[in-house]
Design a protein around this ligand. Structure first.
Ligand code: ADP
Ligand code: MG
Length: 242
């Protein structure tokens, strides 16, 4: 489904990804953890060419992403949920949700609105269709951003720290929606998060990154019970205590 092959990424002289190899299977729920600056966001952003790898290749469904085909492949197969929601403030929730389906996926307004209401039900916010995003709490805005990703009907959704910008009391409602997606929708999910409870509930696999490399990977249980590297133990000690 997604394959990163020998990915290197430099920002100027800064070598932020060092020969990253990673394969995500269809329907897999993959969680990426690791300290700040370790290259988690860059890895995920390379998957949809928001960052172009300096070296190496990205394959989606066996097809190598190139500058020529990237727009269409990404539009058809991938959506992303960001830490900061990235909703359009001057558009209502419904307009935010129907924008891509109408503009990019050739849906009629009626079809796009049906989709939007369907996914608003999934995230539990049907009654917010006609409000502006800034009137909503962070947790609600992020649930709208998830609904927007779902409205593209992408098989792959990338999440980059979707709960890191939220007030503590709204984190759980977003995690609940993500757990529901993981269990009910047949989507491939790649999630950068430090929410190990979420990982335990849904992740097929957890990858730990440090210094631009994958240092350790395994099931959530592996990380809870017998992580191998000292750095992983220290990191988990910190995030699980906090
Ligand atoms: P993480 O998501 O694990 O915190 P990132 O992938 O965001 O890590 O960043 C990895 C490294 O790359 C960091 O040192 C960061 O400062 C650097 N970096 C990320 N994006 C850019 C950019 N656009 N320009 C320059 N340096 C960047
Ligand atoms: Mg990041």
């Amino acid at each position: 489904m997604i394959r990163l092959e020998h990915i290197d990424k430099y920002f100027g002289n800064l070598h932020v990804l060092k020969d990253v190899n990673l394969e995500v299977e269809e329907g897999e729920k993959l969680v990426i953890i690791g300290p700040s600056g370790s290259g988690k966001s860059t890895t995920v952003r390379c998957m949809n060419f928001l960052e172009q790898p300096t070296n190496g290749h990205v394959f989606i469904d066996g097809e190598k992403l190139t500058n020529k085909n990237k727009t269409q492949i990404i539009r058809d197969k991938m959506a992303m949920v960001f830490q900061q929601f990235n909703l359009y403030p001057h558009m209502t929730v419904l307009q935010n949700l129907t924008l891509a389906p109408i503009k990019l996926h050739h849906k009629t307004k009626k079809e796009a609105e049906e989709l939007a209401y369907h996914y608003l039900d999934v995230v539990g916010l049907r009654d917010k269709a006609n409000v502006y995003p800034t009137t909503l709490s962070g947790g609600q805005q992020q649930r709208i951003a998830i609904a927007r990703a779902l409205c593209t009907q992408s098989k792959i959704i990338l999440f980059d720290e979707p709960t890191s910008a939220l007030d503590p009391e709204t984190i759980q409602e977003v995690l609940d929606v993500m757990v529901k997606l993981a269990k009910e929708e047949n989507i491939t999910m790649v999630v950068v998060t430090h929410e190990m409870g979420f990982a335990k509930q849904v992740a097929d696999r957890v990858v730990f990154m440090a210094d631009g490399q994958i240092l350790e990977e395994g099931t959530p249980e592996h990380f809870f019970i017998h992580p191998q590297h000292e750095r992983v133990k220290q990191f988990l000690g910190k995030i699980i205590r906090s």
